[in-house]
Design a protein around this ligand. Structure first.
Ligand SMILES: [Fe+2]
Length: 540
């Protein structure tokens, strides 16, 4: 039985009378842990020109190791099965199953399903292999930051209704690790609180598994996965906020145990539940049109972000900020990806010269806090936060960025990446998320254009509008005036991005939803920008 939660907080299918007498959250917990059969639909990923990874989850009645058959056909009725295989699963991997099928044709739509030993069949999924050779057009939808209690996944629903998408790209924060108490009650969307399980922050393997099980009971997310392959990379919240190799802002070893154990649990469960391989990073060739990169910049090599805090407490903060700027901030040993991945990306960009280089990752664009930002804050913003903004403005006067957790906190590594793109003569297009708001950056290195960045707004997670009460147009203008790389911004709306790739240009469109607090796919607007081949700056 596929688990789906409808928007009226009821659990559909198989919820007995005893379940109806329980509070919704407990009823869902009971159902998620007791469900048998194909509990969470199907998904696909790791697309190739002749292969695809297929995913499902199947819990047998008898709890033993089970064996599933996968079938791939050219039609949804499976009149002609053209590929398939068999795969085992068990409780050791939370009953999730992944199989990579080969022998497929490029640029082709396939239908797939799994069959259990008792003959039970999974829902049918649709997927599409990557094209080969010359490609005229390729469309990706880009998502990030889907905090379940903060909103309905209307962005997924809107994208799923499109007919023009070849691939989903999720740049991370697919789940959040927080307990429900960490989200302000005012930010909860109706009915979503009861859907978040467990109710506390996730720390151990069982917690991470239940969190994915609850997110993936969302019908819009399930439907999205069912319709097209997804390339997915984790950001920080798939483990813990502001994570790096050795720890995280939201991990307290004295109370929450060894970070290495939690980090390993987060990575294991991500790979169980997502349609991804165990390869830490990967490149996908979209014929000769583009190379798409799945990168890793959180858990395997990232060094601890530099901390500005001490500079503000110094006797002479401005002198301390200058020393920080010229010292620890520029440390070449600070890294997001680690030298092995940096080298791989540099080589791969050279090796696929002539193709668009589409890199999925966190924000590269340089962003300092505008000097007027305090004037834009809502009156209810507390003193501590106001002091934080004032500190960021003070740092900006010394040329220091507002986000130390992003590439801005790793300027030497950022330079290496952008120089590698320039050396490779690459048409670099960064596709990112992470900030919850929408940004377009023209990336510069050594005074020369190095590529562009389409940074997408969150599916549901709160953005800057939580603090900023001023007209978003004023906020955007202020940010652009203070930041030469920033070419456009929207600081208040949720949604997703569509990226259309053609040989001549890449066009990004930010699509904004009217609401995430009620079920709706109505748009409030959109914004388009494009980059022409060989220009490395926004041209329209
Ligand atoms: Fe996020």
């Amino acid at each position: 039985m596929v688990l789906r939660i409808d928007r009226r907080r009821l659990v559909m299918g198989g919820l007995g009378l005893s379940g109806l007498l329980l509070p919704a959250g407990q009823a869902l917990a009971r159902q998620l842990t007791a469900a048998t059969g194909f509990t969470h639909n199907v998904a696909s990923g790791e697309p190739g020109p002749d292969s695809m990874l297929l995913w499902t989850r199947y819990v047998p009645m008898n709890e033993g190791v089970t064996r599933l058959e996968a079938e791939v056909a050219l039609d949804p009725d499976f009149a002609k099965v053209v590929a398939g295989g068999v795969v085992r699963t068990g409780s050791y991997r939370d009953w999730t199953a992944k199989i990579t099928v080969d022998g497929l044709k490029p640029g082709t739509v396939y239908w797939y399903r799994f069959i259990a030993p008792n003959g039970e069949r999974s829902p049918v999924g649709r997927t599409k292999t990557l094209p080969e050779g010359k490609v005229d057009r390729f469309n990706l939808a880009v998502f990030s930051c889907s905090n379940l209690p903060q909103g309905l996944f209307n962005a997924y629903a809107h994208a799923a209704a499109r007919k023009d998408v070849d691939l989903w790209l999720h740049t991370g924060d697919y789940i959040y690790e927080y307990g429900i108490a960490s989200t302000r009650e005012a930010d909860w969307a109706l009915g979503r609180k009861e859907q978040l399980l467990p109710v506390t922050e996730i720390l151990a393997i069982a917690d991470y598994r239940l969190r994915y099980a609850s997110y993936r009971a969302d019908p819009d997310l399930q439907h999205l996965h069912q319709l097209a392959p997804m390339v997915a990379l984790w950001d920080d919240h798939e483990s813990a906020n502001d994570s790096y190799e050795a720890g995280a802002q939201n991990h307290q070893p004295d109370k929450e145990g060894d970070w290495n154990i939690r980090r390993a649990a987060a990575m294991q469960v991500y790979r169980e539940w997502m349609p991804v391989s165990d390869e830490p990073w990967k490149a996908y060739s979209i014929g000769t049109l583009a190379t798409l990169y799945r990168t890793e910049s959180r858990l395997l090599a990232r060094t601890k972000p530099a901390d500005l805090g001490a500079a503000f407490r110094a006797a002479d903060p401005d002198a301390a900020l200058k020393a920080f700027r010229d010292g620890v901030w520029k440390d070449p040993a600070a890294t997001m990806m680690g030298s092995t991945q940096e080298s791989w990306l540099a080589h791969k960009m050279k090796a696929t010269k002539g193709a668009w280089q589409l890199v999925g990752m966190g924000i590269l664009g340089r962003t300092v806090m505008p000097k007027d930002a305090v004037d834009w804050l809502r009156p209810e913003v507390n003193e501590k936060k106001v002091a934080g903004y004032k500190n960021n403005i003070r740092a900006a006067q010394q040329g220091l960025p507002m986000w130390m957790d992003r590439w801005d906190g790793y300027p030497a590594a950022r330079s290496r990446l952008l120089k590698a793109a320039q050396t490779a003569d690459a048409d670099l297009v960064m596709l990112s998320g992470d900030s919850h708001n929408a940004w377009a950056y023209g990336l510069m290195e050594d005074g020369q254009p190095a590529g562009v960045e389409f940074a997408g707004q969150a599916v549901t997670s709160n953005g800057m509008e939580g603090d900023m009460g001023a007209d978003p147009k004023v906020v955007a203008q202020g940010f652009m005036a203070a930041n030469s790389e920033l070419k456009w911004a929207d600081t208040s709306q949720r949604g997703y991005m569509m990226i259309q790739v053609t040989p001549q240009r890449v066009t990004g469109e930010w699509l904004f939803l009217q609401t995430i607090k009620a079920r709706s796919t109505a748009l409030s607007g959109s914004h388009r920008m494009s980059v022409e081949r060989g220009r490395r700056v926004f041209t329209g």
